[in-house]
Every structure is written in C-alpha cells, then in structure tokens.
Design a protein around this ligand. Structure first.
Ligand code: HEC
Length: 121
C-alpha cells in the first residue's frame, strides 16, 4: 500500500512541469511583448507602425542584441526604455513581472537573437 502511494507520488512529481508556477520565457513574450515586438520578435507587432515615433526593437537582430548585456536587457524590461536611455514607448514591466519572469524573458531574447553579449555573429 505505502509502496503504491510512493509510486503515485513519484509519477506525479515527474509529470509536474518544473515551470508550472512560472511560465516559460516564450509564453511570457507571447503574452506581453508580441503586440509591439511581433510574435517572432522582429519588431513588427500589431502596435508597431508609423504612429510610433520609435519602432520596437528587432530582437532577432543579433548584431544589435550582442552589443547589449543581459543586465541592460533586464533593466530595459523591468524599468522601461528610459532606464537604459531608450524610448518611453518601451513600457516598464517590473510591476507586472517577477525577477524570475524577467530573467526568463532575457534568456528567451537570447534564443531569439541566437546571440550572447559580446559575441556578434
Ligand atoms: C507598447 C509597445 C511595447 C511593448 C508591449 C513591449 N515593448 Fe519592448 N520596446 C518597445 C519599443 C518602442 C522599443 C525601442 C525603444 C528604443 O529603441 O528607444 C523597445 C525596446 C525593447 C528592448 C531593447 C532595449 C535596448 O537596449 O535597446 C528590449 C530588451 C525590450 N523592448 C523588451 C521587451 C519585452 C521583453 C517586452 C514584454 C515583456 C516588451 N519589450 C514589450 C515597445 C514595446
């Protein structure tokens, strides 16, 4: 009997995704960021266009993104564009997203650009 319970508990633990509590970076991006940055991260979301004086960043631009450190990206997301001398059109997300969620977004941005800081392709 105890053995069965143990097996059930182990199965449950294995089936439970680690990020059940925190969504993946991709899921977060597709909830909060795609409207401006586009679902592929190229900066062409439905909000982007001529009415925006500054266009959303193309997160697949490896050359540009490699020039940015993870800390700068984190800060831009948490505190908004002006915190890194960028446009106010990039909103701050610190009130809505936890540090863990922002870190996942930074990691997802690195997936999108297929780059890392200081390593331009
Ligand atoms: C309302 C539109 C809008 C939304 C929503 C938005 N952004 Fe932005 N974002 C912008 C604009 C516009 C810029 C360009 C700012 C500039 O270059 O001055 C930008 C720039 C950035 C940058 C680049 C900062 C840099 O160093 O150049 C990052 C990183 C970023 N956004 C991440 C995100 C993430 C992650 C989300 C979702 C949590 C998000 N953005 C949601 C409009 C938006």
């Amino acid at each position: 009997m105890t053995e069965r319970l143990l097996v059930a508990a182990l199965l449950l633990a294995a089936a439970w995704p680690a990020e059940a509590a925190t969504p993946s970076g991709e899921a977060l991006y597709k909830t909060y960021c795609w409207q401006c940055h586009g679902s592929r991260g190229t900066g062409h979301g439905i909000n982007a266009g001529e009415h925006m004086s500054v266009q959303p960043r193309d997160h697949t631009d490896a050359k540009y993104m490699a020039a940015r450190s993870d800390e700068e990206l984190f800060r831009a997301i948490q505190e908004g564009g002006p915190a890194v001398n960028k446009s106010v059109l990039m909103p701050p997300w610190g009130g809505a997203l936890s540090d863990e969620e922002i870190s996942r977004l930074v990691a997802y941005l690195r997936d999108l650009c297929r780059c890392r800081h200081g390593a331009a392709p």
